[in-house]
Design a binder for this molecule. Sequence first.
Ligand SMILES: [Fe+2]
Length: 165
Amino acid sequence: MFTQTRIGALLHQDHMATIDALQELEAFLADHRAPPARGGQADSFLARLSALLRAEVEQHFAFEEGRLFPLFIARGETGIVMMLTHEHRSILPLALKVAETAARAVESGFDDATWREFRDAGAELVEREIFHVQKEEMGLLAAITALVGPEADAELAEAYQREVG
Ligand SMILES: [Fe+2]
C-alpha cells in the first residue's frame, strides 16, 4: 500500500474526499438541466463544495508545492514535480471559479447565465481534477513511500496538521 507513511495517508484521505465531492458535483450537474431550486439540499451541497474546493487548491496544493515538492527536487525527481505543478496551475483558477460561483449562488441563487457558467466550469473541473488526483494517487504516493524517511515523514505529518488540518 502507498499509505505506509503518515503523510501519504493524510494526503490520500484528502484525495478521497476530493474525488467524492467531484463525483457528487458530476451527479448534481446531471440531475439539474435547469438552475436548481433555492434552499435545502442544493444550497447545503453548494456551500460544502465551495469550502472543500477552496481548501483543496489553497491549502492542499500549497502544502504539496511548498513542503513536499522541494524534497523531491532535492532528490532529483524534477519530472513528476513539473508535471504536477503544471496541473495545479491549470486546476487552481478553475476550482476557484467554481467555488466562487457556488458561494454566490448560495447567497443569491443562479440565473440562466450563471448556471450555464457553473455547469461548464464544473464539468471541466470534474474531468481535470479527477484525472489529476488519480495521477497523484499512483505517482506521488509511490514516490513518497520511496523517498520520505521516518524523520521527514513525522515532520511533514505535523506540518500538514498545522497548515492543512
Ligand atoms: Fe494532492
